[in-house]
Design a protein around this ligand. Structure first.
Ligand SMILES: NC(=O)c1ccc[n+]([C@@H]2O[C@H](COP(=O)([O-])OP(=O)(O)OC[C@H]3O[C@@H](n4cnc5c(N)ncnc54)[C@H](OP(=O)(O)O)[C@@H]3O)[C@@H](O)[C@H]2O)c1
Length: 232
């Protein structure tokens, strides 16, 4: 596994306004990368960008809108002068009995957590000259949970696509990392698009999760199973 030198790499962070996305962006910037943040809310993006440093660019986009995939990739290439990697730390969660989930919830989770990230990745692969992709899928990709069927399915689907693309894209100079962190204290479970979170164990520290993801990327790892996040 060849290691990756992150200094001066140009990296787009989808979900860069979120807790894990902004923590990973900060780690990448500390390693010398030039980051750009993407999300749906201008104020949250601006706050996350200024916390990382001066002149960190950002772009508004929505993973549920197919035509935004071209827009976010093209904007990153224009603002960063090229693109070497994408970290997908965007996502939503839905809870509740499967039989009660609305069509809108099913569509939102499938687009945001599964199809949207793959669409962005496909557009990027066609414009980049090699590089890396990181997907934050999650422990549910390994251990699907009752009451979280659509979220588990979307994350397991994205993990499966990542595993296939590790091999399919290797010869074109692309590296793919599937990171599957366990429950992390970001507040995501308190912001579901449907239902209410079941009782959860104490979550991990987001800064710890971000460090492990960036270290794994640097080392050239292709997957980070949930157990790799256990605190030392
Ligand atoms: N927290 C955990 O326990 C945990 C565990 C394993 C994996 N993960 C995964 O890690 C990722 C980050 O989660 P987090 O815990 O850091 O949650 P978070 O703070 O709520 O971050 C989620 C990010 O996704 C963005 N987002 C949501 N819907 C979007 C859409 N339709 N288009 C574009 N951006 C969208 C949000 O931006 P705006 O809402 O501002 O647009 C925000 O930046 C998610 O994929 C999550 O599934 C989390």
């Amino acid at each position: 596994m060849p290691s990756i030198d992150l200094s001066d790499l140009r990296v787009l962070v989808l979900g860069g306004s979120g807790v894990l996305g902004s923590s990973i962006a900060r780690e990448l910037a500390s390693a010398g990368a030039r980051v750009m943040l993407a999300g749906r809310d201008a104020d949250r993006l601006q706050a996350a960008a200024s916390a990382i440093g001066r002149d960190v660019p950002s772009v508004l986009f929505d993973l549920r809108e197919p035509h935004h995939a071209d827009h976010v990739v093209d904007t990153a290439i224009a603002r960063l002068g090229g693109l070497d990697g994408i970290v997908n730390a965007a996502g939503v969660v839905a809870f509740g009995p499967f039989r009660e989930l609305s069509d809108e919830t099913l569509d939102d989770v499938a687009q945001t957590d599964f199809l949207g990230p793959l669409r962005v990745m496909q557009r990027a692969v066609n414009r980049m000259d090699g590089g890396f992709f990181v997907h934050l899928t999650g422990v549910v990709a390994e251990r699907p949970m009752p009451g979280m069927a659509i979220y588990s399915a979307a994350k397991a689907g994205l993990a499966a696509a990542s595993a296939a693309l590790v091999r399919e894209l290797r010869r074109d100079g692309f590296h793919v990392l599937d990171a599957r962190p366990p429950h992390t204290k970001t507040g995501l479970a308190t912001r579901p698009i449907a239902g209410t979170a079941p009782g959860m164990p104490e979550g991990l520290d987001p800064a710890h999760v971000a460090r492990i993801v960036v270290e794994a990327l640097r080392s050239g790892a292709r997957e980070l199973p949930a157990e790799a996040f256990s605190p030392a």
